[in-house]
Design a protein around this ligand. Sequence first.
Ligand code: ZN
Length: 317
Amino acid sequence: MASFEELQRLQKIYNYKNPLVRVQNLATVQVKEHQLPIVGITIGTEDRTKPTFGLFAGVHGLEKIGTHVALHFIEVLLEQLEWDKELQDRFKKSRLVAIPMINPAGVFLNRRSNANGVDIMRNAPVEAVGDSPFLLSGHRYSNWLPWFRGDSSQMEIETQTIIQFVKNEMFQSEFGFSLDVHSGFGVKDRLWYPYAKSSEPFPLIKEALKFKAHIDKSFPHHVYAIEPQALSYTTHGDVWDYLFDMHYEQNKNEKIYLPWCLEMGSWIWVKKNPMQLFSALGPFNPIQPHRYKRIMRRHFVLLDFFMRSTLNYKNWN
Ligand SMILES: [Zn+2]
């Protein structure tokens, strides 16, 4: 099997023998002669109705830093679960479910798309409403161009895996937030709520704004611009729009499922170190070691905040 850092770190997670932790191979993708697993992790109670925080990354293979932010968070939690009794108690009442590397072929090949040249975040059967940017919003011209949508009636394995995992692990929950980590757009770190497909407000806009007020109040010096994704650009085929609509259709306001995206503004790393532009991964990842460490620390706080807010949603919501 191919071996690379992100896969090795996932394989290490299999070795944690903690009754609160379950790791599974959700699917396998083929790249050349290699079979690469899509690994799912669940931590906490097996009662799926309990509050659930979903953590996702590695949709776009070039944006490796997202997978690192997710893995770092999970690795720290697993270490602390060994000795922190309060943390163990927290997970008896709640769940963390995660796929830290959704597109292992893209990570392995250093490319945005999967092995078939399909952009997983343009692949779901969702059409954007109104004007959307040419090519970037998703297209069906050629898989040689970025943002290729592929076939939405026969979705890619990676897209199907996210959908199945979220339906299994999050849809029964009384309250669930998910966070999908990306990098590469703009100079600010953005926290996006739906929709990607439309600039019209999505049905749970009140919930999103409540969380914005909550984060502004209890995490006052945070760095995030909190806004709908469509404010930056609209896209076709967004998996999170697809999942949100499906869940909302079934549950209305009875149960909350709200997918967020963290888009780390990597242009600032490039501005500080323009030589990065000469590396394929440069525009999407911090290269300098001190900056890498800073990114790990910075977003750890946010992920922890998301997790505790999900568990304690009744107290601020
Ligand atoms: Zn991305």
